[in-house]
Ligand binder design. Structure first.
Ligand SMILES: C[S@@+](CC[C@H](N)C(=O)[O-])C[C@H]1O[C@@H](n2cnc3c(N)ncnc32)[C@H](O)[C@@H]1O
Length: 152
C-alpha cells in the first residue's frame, strides 16, 4: 500500500522532523509512506493578497496530486472520527493520500474533491502538529487493523 501526505509547507528544518521520521519508520512496516511538502512563489504572493487568493494557490499546487487514490482531506470542520473509524480509511486500499492545508485551509471547491473530509478534533493545529498527529493515527490505524498491541 502507498500513502502520501501532502501539505502546504516550505521545505525547511523543523523541530518536529525527528518525530515525523520515527513515526514514518514505524509505519513503513505496513505501507510505503511519502511526505510531500508543496510551496511556491505563487503561494508566497497570494499570502500577501488575501485568504481566498491563498486557498486558490494551494488548490493549484495540490491539483496534480488528486489522482487515482483514496483522497482524505484533513479539515478542522470535517467529520470528527475516532481511531477505529480512522483505521477503516486505510483498510483494503491500494493508495491513500492525505491533504493538509495551508495557513488559510482549503477552497470549498477543493474540499469537494475529497473522498473523505476528516477532523482530528475541535481544535485548530498548525500544519506541522497536524502532520505529527496524522502520522501517529496512521500507525495506530494499522495497529488496529492487524490487532497489534500498540493500540490498546
Ligand atoms: C493552520 S491550519 C488551517 C486553519 C484554517 N483556519 C482552517 O480553518 O482550515 C492548517 C491545516 O492543518 C490541518 N488541521 C489543523 N487542525 C486540524 C484539525 N483539528 N483537524 C484536521 N485537520 C487540522 C488542516 O489540514 C488545516 O488546513
Amino acid at each position: 500500500m502507498n500513502i502520501e501526505i501532502l501539505s502546504i509547507a516550505k521545505k525547511e528544518r523543523s523541530i518536529y522532523d525527528p518525530l515525523c521520521k520515527e513515526l514514518s519508520k514505524m509505519i513503513s512496516r505496513f505501507a510505503k509512506i511519502e511526505d510531500i511538502e508543496l510551496f511556491n512563489k505563487d503561494v508566497t504572493k497570494a499570502h500577501t493578497i488575501s485568504p481566498e487568493a491563498s486557498r486558490e494557490a494551494y488548490s493549484k499546487l495540490f491539483a496534480p496530486h488528486v489522482v487515482k487514490s483514496f483522497n482524505v482531506i484533513l479539515h478542522p470542520d470535517g467529520k470528527l472520527i475516532d481511531s477505529y473509524e480512522f483505521s477503516k480509511l486505510l483498510d483494503g486500499k491500494i493508495a491513500v493520500k492525505f491533504f493538509i492545508g495551508g495557513a488559510y485551509g482549503f477552497e470549498d471547491e477543493f474540499l469537494k474533491k475529497g473522498d473523505s473530509i476528516i477532523s482530528l478534533g475541535n481544535i485548530t493545529m498548525s500544519h506541522k502538529i497536524a502532520k505529527v498527529v496524522l502520522l501517529e493515527q496512521i500507525y495506530r490505524g494499522f495497529s488496529i487493523l492487524s490487532n497489534h498491541p500498540y493500540h490498546k
